[in-house]
Design a protein around this ligand. Sequence first.
Ligand code: CUA
Length: 150
Amino acid sequence: PYERTWIVISVALLMVFGVAIVVSSLSLGVEIPGLSARLAPVTAGGVSYDQPWVRELGPGRYEANVFAQMWTFQPNEIRVPTGSTVTFFLHSRDLVHGFKIVGTNVSLMAIPGQVNKVSYTFRQPGEHLIVCTEYCGVGHQAMFARVIVE
Ligand code: CUA
């Protein structure tokens, strides 16, 4: 005899939870992840951040806009003079990748819809391997790039 009552109560509770989620997402600005959250800003100050590049800002100051994508980094080779400070902007075109510059303390995650940023000064000439440190499929082991400090 009480079954109908309990069903009504449980359905009503579900509706209350559903309304609470919608209200909180609207009023508190809590974002439910979706397609729109994946769209990172693509231009700023006349510079397009939706493609890979390396640019020189001034003497010894560089920026690199880097894309991780199964199973490569673009640009694949970054050449800078010894002593240069490079600011990396890291994007992912598909899933989560790692971005570790071997021989430095730089270790980032490339996350779809986000831009992660780090700066590093390369004080010694030589070559640094950049490796992916998050498992990303069969090509993971072969996913790397290079920083060449000359
Ligand atoms: Cu990309 Cu592992």
